[in-house]
Design a protein around this ligand. Structure first.
Ligand SMILES: [Ca+2]
Ligand SMILES: [Ca+2]
Length: 192
């Protein structure tokens, strides 16, 4: 996993009618960078919330949406086997996050994968006693040893169902994920 940085840009407002300018800070944009990959994720707090992926001066992905989220985490990591770094924006609230998975495409853009999954990672669930690991709630691993990595979540709410060891398989062109039925007694993978 590559190193990532975060910085905060403050919207500056000058109020008229004062002898000296009053600066009202309105932090409204968060920037997450992977300097090695030359990638930047710009998260506009909104509303509406907006996520832009910049590669150098070119925007490779943009999406606006609504929601009640706290400061997100952004992870830069290779998922779909094309060397180009992929991105997971962890859209956080008080108990966990929704993973917004952005996969690299051959033309250099990004596409949002697993958009219809309605998936949510909960750090600590007192109701169910789920033993989530906030340090590594998911990882990229070749579960079925077919040479293509899967994305494995230790615990994932799929809708309202808490599900352990959820394995997301890439589709044929490695642009999206699907959940396949587990096959055999060893299909599940215990997180390390
Ligand atoms: Ca990739
Ligand atoms: Ca595999």
């Amino acid at each position: 996993m590559t190193r990532w940085l975060v910085s905060v840009s403050a919207g500056i407002a000058f109020l008229a009618g004062c002898d000296s300018p009053v600066v009202a800070e309105q932090p409204d944009v968060l920037t997450f960078s992977d300097e090695k990959a030359g990638l930047k994720v710009v998260y506009t707090v909104g509303p509406p919330i907006r996520v832009d992926v910049h590669s150098g001066s070119v925007i490779k992905f943009t999406r606006s949406f609504s929601g009640d989220y706290r400061t997100p985490n952004v992870k830069f990591l290779e998922i779909n086997g094309d060397v180009a770094i992929d991105i997971i924006v962890e859209l956080a609230d008080e108990s966990g996050f929704e993973p917004m998975i952005l996969l690299s495409r051959p033309d250099g853009t990004y596409t949002r994968a697993a958009a219809d999954l309605d998936a949510f990672v909960e750090y600590a669930n007192l109701d169910t006693g789920a033993d989530s690991d906030p340090a590594e709630p998911y990882r990229v691993v070749d579960v079925d040893a077919d040479g293509i990595n899967e994305l494995v979540f230790a615990h994932l709410y799929l809708g309202r169902t808490l599900t352990p060891n959820v394995v997301l398989h890439l589709n044929a062109d490695r642009s999206d994920f699907e959940i396949r039925p587990a096959v055999g007694p060893d299909a599940k993978v215990e997180p390390k």
